[in-house]
Design a protein around this ligand. Structure first.
Ligand code: SF4
Length: 117
């Protein structure tokens, strides 16, 4: 039984144009892209998908949470372990938007950065 998708279709999320990409997973041929960035995204999405993590973390000494995100996409398979980390993490007091909370987040080259108050 063939259960590996040969052709995948999904929207490009690199820019607001949202081109509908079709990717041949065997040849890594991309069609439907309006520019070369879409072709690169299409190949990456079927070979090594990544996502930017956007969430909130607890703030020490407060019952508030603050908005954070990774400053680069991280491998999609790290999202669940990353959320386990986030649930246990408490940010220090007096952080500001732009503060790097965790360098090399989850062993990647991305940092976890404060984005909101
Ligand atoms: S393929 Fe290019 S033009 Fe189309 S959504 Fe992606 S980045 Fe934008």
């Amino acid at each position: 039984m063939e259960n590996v998708e040969k052709i995948r279709r999904f929207p490009c999320t690199v820019c607001p144009m949202g081109c509908e990409l079709t990717v041949d997973c065997e040849t890594l041929t991309v069609t439907g892209n309006g520019c070369p960035r879409g072709a690169a995204y299409g190949v990456a999405e079927v070979t090594h998908p990544t996502r930017t993590l956007t969430t909130t973390v607890a703030l020490r000494g407060s019952d508030r949470v603050i908005a954070v995100r990774t400053d680069k996409p991280i491998p999609k398979e790290l999202l669940l372990p990353a959320m386990d980390f986030i649930r246990a993490y408490v940010a220090p007091e007096n952080v500001r938007p732009g503060t790097v909370l965790v360098e090399g987040f989850m062993g990647t080259d991305a940092n976890l950065v404060v984005t909101g108050k």
